[in-house]
Design a binder for this molecule. Structure first.
Ligand code: HEC
Ligand code: HEC
Length: 276
């Protein structure tokens, strides 16, 4: 029995070597002919693009008049941004894209991002790292570049032309970096911001999210003017209450004035028992 096992054992290295050789041979063969995994990713991306995106962006991704813009130079950053925030596919061509439920699996997102990235030169997905970021500097970047539209709290507001700068409550650091590089919709591209600026402002936005200001109560997003008016009204209520309280007659101080038949003025409204 023992002898039998040992005789098989010395075959193990040979079998292992054969297996390694086989795998090496087959993989190098497939590398030369067709990189199967990359091909399948492109197929998946192209297929999904044809079904879900081409009605507005065209089969070639170069856009369709009055439906969707060319994606030639949008790059992987824009594709990753619109897919991970659930912006695309858009329900109708003439509405503002906004974040919503993600419509694709991780594998499908990667495939679509690669497909859009292959259409032409555009920004790649930024590597945003907030671990050593400077939140103070990020706050300065935010107030200078972002607060005009997203407001100081990051809660967002209407910015005119029926556009809306959304709340930054759900934006991940990568999405912040992508938005800065891509300038989605009515947002401008901020090409002057360095990688450090992006890391810092992403950390600052994370900090706003943790403080809960990004989803702070704001008056239906009616805009800064309406919010200012609402703040004034809120401040006026206690002022009016205080004024009324001060102006109220005080029984101890302000006696009711009564005129007696004799014409003399008396503060005493009670009939005097001694006065007959
Ligand atoms: C001129 C106004 C404007 C300015 C300035 C601006 N944004 Fe935006 N931002 C927008 C609009 C509009 C959108 C929505 C885009 C769309 O329609 O898809 C947006 C979207 C975003 C989003 C996506 C939010 C989400 O989850 O839906 C992020 C993140 C963002 N902006 C970050 C920034 C940062 C960071 C800055 C400053 C560096 C900035 N924005 C400056 C108008 C602006
Ligand atoms: C119903 C039409 C429609 C469909 C379907 C659609 N898009 Fe779009 N897409 C638009 C319009 C319009 C814009 C430009 C306006 C905007 O960004 O809000 C746009 C913008 C984009 C952008 C650029 C983002 C920016 O603002 O810079 C990307 C990237 C994109 N789409 C990818 C896709 C992908 C990927 C799909 C399929 C999963 C898709 N779209 C499906 C209409 C559509």
């Amino acid at each position: 029995m023992k002898l039998h096992t040992r005789r098989w054992l010395h075959l193990v290295p040979i079998a292992a070597a054969a297996a390694v050789g086989f795998v090496t041979l087959t993989s190098s063969a497939s590398e030369g002919a067709s990189p199967y995994s990359a091909q399948s990713t492109n197929d998946l991306g192209a297929d999904l693009f044809a079904k879900q995106c081409s009605s507005c962006h065209g089969l070639d991704g170069l856009g369709v008049e009055d439906r969707g813009p060319t994606l030639e130079h949008e790059g992987r950053a824009a594709a990753d941004f619109v897919l991970r925030t659930g912006r695309m596919p858009l329900a109708a061509p003439n509405i503002q894209a906004k974040s919503g439920p993600v419509r694709f699996t991780e594998e499908e997102i990667v495939a679509l991002v690669d497909h859009v990235g292959s259409l032409g030169a555009g920004p790649d997905i930024p590597n945003v790292d907030i671990t050593n970021a400077d939140i103070g500097d990020g706050g300065a970047v935010f107030r200078l570049n972002c607060a005009a539209c997203h407001v100081a709290s990051g809660a967002g507001t209407a910015i005119g032309g029926s556009h809306r700068a959304p709340s930054l409550a759900k934006a991940t650091p990568t999405e912040v970096g992508e938005a800065i590089l891509v300038g989605p919709g009515a947002m401008p591209v901020f090409s002057s911001l360095t990688d450090d600026d992006i890391n810092n402002v992403a950390a600052y936005i994370k900090n706003l999210q943790e403080q809960g200001t990004t989803d702070a109560l704001h008056f239906g997003g009616a805009g800064p003017a309406a919010e200012g008016l609402a703040a004034w009204l809120l401040a006026l209520i206690p002022l009016i209450a205080i004024t009324r309280w001060i102006g109220r007659p005080n029984p101890g101080r302000d006696h009711p004035v009564a005129t007696t038949p004799s014409g003399t003025v008396s503060n005493d409204s009670e009939p005097d028992p001694d006065d007959h």
